[in-house]
Design a protein around this ligand. Structure first.
Ligand code: CUA
Length: 326
């Protein structure tokens, strides 16, 4: 491969990550915009000084130093002044950006969410103004565009890290502590968040889907999530519900409106309305449900979802029921 072609490949590879559903550029939120602007300021100032230093170095190499010359104190003073001013400027820009990223402006009351990290999934609670508005879901967050969101971050076990690069910087979740992160989504779309702190065998399969949508669509999603699970309509769905709410599943999962109310695993009340299952590991589809329930340890080794060993008929019924939980 020629040197030119190799360079083109390197540039292509290094910039190919700069787009898409899990990327800081182009940003989809006010906080990443602030951060990206700071990045450009640092790049320009540091690039300028880098070129200046290289220029001076080149000049010094090319120019034979005259004997007896005792330096250039005036130029040196200018140099020190320039560097000091730039450092103060960069520190100020950093501080201002930090302040901007800690606030969410005055665009009305924020959507408040409590996000609890677990090995290896995200528990999502929408904290409404009153208990009847509260919503519990998992691994998927819906946000209205243009409205600030304040997320409380907690961990149930080890250190994880919240990172939705299109919307905000990283924030670690440390057991025993509550951290806050503010978001202000400015672009409609589906974005991918990813745990950004190594947290065990399935760290890579700990994704969070973030759906930014118009206010009206968000409201209707929120109302739908507040509802109890729909009742089964066929004998097979009823058999599935009976299994899920009285056997192994009910020791960990909850389904609002049924007797299943445990909270150590993802809430299943509206599982079929989500885009993925097992924290982004499989698509939410009939095939995904079959694969996950039949062999969770084959799909995500080490996950807390155990192998249950359902008979084919039971598996069909459980999947048929879960598919109705929109
Ligand atoms: Cu959780 Cu990595």
């Amino acid at each position: 491969m020629t040197r030119a072609r190799l360079s083109a490949v390197c540039v292509g590879l290094s910039t190919s990550g700069c787009a898409g559903v899990q990327s800081i550029a182009p940003s989809a939120g006010a906080h990443t915009s602030a951060f990206n602007s700071l990045f450009v300021v640092f790049l320009v100032v540091c690039g300028f000084f880098y070129l200046l230093v290289i220029g001076f170095l080149g000049a010094a190499i090319l120019r034979r130093r005259r004997q007896g010359e005792d330096g250039v104190p005036a130029l040196f003073r200018v140099w020190v002044g320039l560097v000091s001013l730039s450092l103060v400027g960069l520190a100020l820009a950093s501080w201002l950006t930090d302040r901007a990223m800690a606030s969410y402006g005055d665009k009305g009351p924020p959507v408040r969410i409590r996000l609890t990290a677990n090995q290896w999934w995200w528990d999502v609670e929408y904290l409404g103004a009153n208990p009847s508005e509260a919503v519990r879901t998992a691994n998927e967050v819906h946000l209205p565009i243009g409205r600030p969101t304040l997320i409380e971050l907690q961990s149930n076990d080890v250190i994880h890290s919240f990172w939705v690069p299109n919307l905000a910087g990283k924030q670690d979740l440390i057991p025993g502590r509550t951290e806050d992160i503010a978001l202000l989504p400015r672009k409609i779309g589906v974005f991918r968040g990813q745990c950004a702190e190594f947290c065990g065998a399935q760290h890579a399969h700990m994704a969070l889907t973030v759906v930014v949508e118009p206010e009206a669509q968000f409201r209707s999603w929120w109302r739908q999530q507040q509802a109890e699970a729909p009742a089964p309509r066929t004998p097979e769905q009823l058999a599935g519900m009976t299994y899920v709410t009285t056997r192994e599943c009910a020791t960990c999962h909850a389904i609002a409106g049924t007797t299943a109310s445990a909270s150590v695993a993802p809430d299943l009340t509206h599982i079929a309305s989500r885009k993925t299952i097992a924290a982004g590991t499989l698509p939410m589809s009939r095939g995904g449900l079959y694969a996950w329930i039949a062999d969770p340890q084959g799909v995500k080794p080490g996950a807390h979802m155990p192998y249950i060993g359902l008979e084919a008929r039971q598996l069909d019924a459980v999947v048929a029921y879960l598919e109705t939980l929109k």
